[in-house]
Design a protein around this ligand. Structure first.
Ligand code: UTP
Length: 282
């Protein structure tokens, strides 16, 4: 079977980033650097590696740093030999989310750009180092192309973490199908249907836009992407996809710090000196 090539990826980047205040007052969380590159650039590189050709950034009206980052061609670029990050065959579109009404609303803001096709969503604050197996999104695109279904990145989490995640339940408990039966947003541990938590990678049918249009505010008083997806699960196959790779929750300070340490330890210019310095800290 072959399915229509995926073209569009949405990067929602209009959240308030309250867990990182005050650094997120004037600049979006997605511009936080991991060593020397902002989170959003890792996300874009992952999407380009996976073959996406239309990048849609949902940004807040008052923070233009992401647009500037990708559009800038300053003298500094020439001096430092930084070429264009986004290749010429890949288009970019910046859409403003007037108010941070939730992730579901941010995705819905991009509805006109999506057409009647499946599309991907990448949350840049979930940094995934999939180096050995190809990026997480590339792995998911392959799953889509093989099975013609939607997919949501998931990983095993600890029982005490259920309140931080959407938690999925497979349709088939035996495990022969990965089709999602339900997603529960941030349940208390005793109500969690499994320990499989949703992370920030999605391939979704365009019908989710119609559902988001109707979705009311849910958990956290925000319009939740999960609620829009849940309404589709009876009609559309959407699989939970356990990707290969290391995920860092860079929406939290501890996850962000861990990512910086691990990426610095792999950085060609820093690895040796940084590793030696770290040993003096134990
Ligand atoms: P989070 O749940 O991490 O919220 O958003 P946040 O506002 O970014 O951060 P905290 O919790 O206040 O610290 C998950 C993703 O959804 C985007 C964020 O930018 C992030 O990529 N988002 C969230 C939007 O684009 N718009 C929104 O209204 C809410």
């Amino acid at each position: 079977m072959s399915y229509k090539k995926l073209k569009t990826v949405i990067f929602p980047a209009a959240g308030l980033g309250t867990r990182f205040l005050p650094v997120t007052k004037a600049s979006p969380k997605e511009m936080l650097p991991i060593v020397d590159k902002p989170l959003i650039q890792y996300a874009v590189e992952e999407a380009i590696e996976a073959g996406f050709e239309q990048l849609i950034f949902v940004i807040p009206p008052d923070k233009k740093a992401i647009k500037k980052h990708f559009e800038s061609t300053s003298e500094l670029d020439a001096v430092t030999k930084i070429g264009a990050i986004i290749p010429a065959n890949v288009s970019s579109l910046y859409i403003e989310q007037a108010e941070p009404l939730g992730l579901g609303h941010a995705i819905w803001c991009a509805r006109d750009a999506v057409e009647a096709e499946s599309f991907a969503v990448v949350l840049a604050d979930d940094l995934i180092d999939g180096a050995a197996a190809g990026g997480c999104l590339l792995q998911m695109v392959r799953h889509y192309e093989k099975n013609g279904c939607g997919a949501i990145g998931i990983q095993k989490i600890a029982l005490e973490e259920t309140k931080q995640y959407g938690i999925i339940k497979y349709e088939d408990e035996v495990g022969s199908s990965n089709r999602i039966a339900t997603i529960v947003e941030k349940p208390d541990p005793q109500f969690a249907p499994s320990l499989l938590g949703v992370v920030g990678r999605y391939i979704l049918p365009s019908a989710v836009m119609g559902q988001l249009e109707k979705t009311q505010k849910g958990s956290g008083n925000e319009i939740q992407l999960t609620d829009g997806i849940s309404a589709l699960l009876g009609d559309y196959r959407i699989d939970g996809f356990q990707f290969k790779g290391q995920r860092y929750d860079c929406g939290s300070k501890i996850g962000y710090l861990k990512a910086n340490v691990d990426y610095a330890l792999k950085h060609p210019e820093l690895a040796k000196e940084f590793a030696a310095w770290l040993t003096t800290k134990q």
